[in-house]
Write a protein that binds this ligand. Structure first.
Ligand code: SAM
Length: 303
């Protein structure tokens, strides 16, 4: 079926689509490649789009799962849309829309509420969530944070309220907006550690299966601490300072150097991780120049 006829036959669905900040244009290109055409409106510049797709709502997630998009991290269906000129009335209409979803009664449900900075709802998203939870009491569902059967997704934009009800897997991620949140630990060296925790969880990487890692752009040491916790020996390279608590570790070798100025034995490592804040092109060159130090056939390069 051609894309043109899909639009005409009403085989059409709308989703709020989220990417990491600055990556929405790439996410839009992923949608275009998967669905042939996208009609989109920006809700949050560089990050969140309202996209019209020439396919039925139920087919969207399956098609995306098959492609495994890199930049598009979350979608939520738009089945309800209301102008918020009269905000109280629009919220009442939203409540009525959700109460119509009888399948939610008696099941574990997560309510995910997000808003734009200039939203008609001027308080924070948590207070809107609180209000909606109270008003949806008669639904008789079990409110949960994780492992829900259904997700109610609400997006309070500048002058529009959007909502949809879906299964978590239909949203690509069961985290609100796809933003995985980890709890900060006592003594955690840097937030950068969350990136490896997310990679571990999302891609199911068993870091304990590696033995010796090269961590370039390692300071202050969040990734290094993560790798040490997983039992690896780590060689960390960075001209900046590493956190003092790590330096006593017998499994850590720290080279206070630029990654372009270090040499290793061939095949010395079985994992190379790089979190360098530099031009992606120059960073790729530096990493390529160090590939000889990875064991042949066993090469693992992250991210
Ligand atoms: C985002 S921080 C890394 C954070 C670290 N992964 C963590 O978990 O704490 C980026 C680091 O890249 C380092 N860097 C930038 N250019 C570098 C280069 N040419 N060689 C080595 N490190 C470099 C910076 O000094 C900085 O410490």
């Amino acid at each position: 079926m051609s894309t043109q006829s899909s639009w005409e036959e009403g085989n059409f669905s709308r989703f709020i689509c989220t990417a990491n900040h600055g990556f929405a244009p790439y996410a839009q290109e992923e949608l275009r490649r998967t669905f042939g055409a996208v009609k989109s409106t920006v809700l949050v510049p560089g990050e969140i789009l309202l996209a019209g797709l020439p396919v039925a709502e139920e087919e969207v997630a399956d098609k995306l799962w098959a492609e495994y998009p890199t930049f598009l991290r979350h979608i939520q269906p738009v089945q309800f849309q209301e102008n918020t000129e009269d905000s109280e009335q629009s919220i009442e209409k939203l409540i009525a829309f959700v109460l119509n979803h009888k399948e939610l009664t008696g099941t574990p449900v997560v309510l995910q509420v997000r808003k734009t900075e200039g939203s008609f709802w001027q308080e924070n998203a948590a207070s809107l969530k609180q209000l909606l939870t109270e008003k949806l009491d008669e639904l008789g569902c079990e409110w949960v944070v994780r492992d829900a059967e259904y997700v109610i997704s609400v997006f309070a934009a500048n002058d529009m309220l959007y909502a949809g009800v879906s299964r978590p897997e239909q949203n690509l991620s069961d985290w609100s907006g796809g933003a995985v949140r980890f709890q900060k630990e006592d003594g955690q060296i840097s937030r950068a550690k969350f990136k490896l925790l997310e990679a571990e969880q999302t891609f199911g990487i068993d870091f304990t299966s590696f033995h010796k890692a090269l961590d370039i752009g390692a300071a202050p040491g969040g990734w290094t601490s993560f790798l040490l916790e997983r039992g690896l020996e780590v060689t960390a390279v960075d001209p900046a300072k590493m956190d003092a608590t790590l330096l006593a570790s017998p499994k850590l070798t720290f080279l206070k150097k630029n990654a372009g100025d270090v040499r290793f034995r061939e095949g010395e490592f079985d994992l190379l991780v790089c979190d360098m804040s530099w031009s992606p092109k120059l960073m790729s060159r530096l990493v390529s120049d160090l590939l000889y130090s990875l064991q042949p056939g066993e090469q693992r390069l992250l991210p």
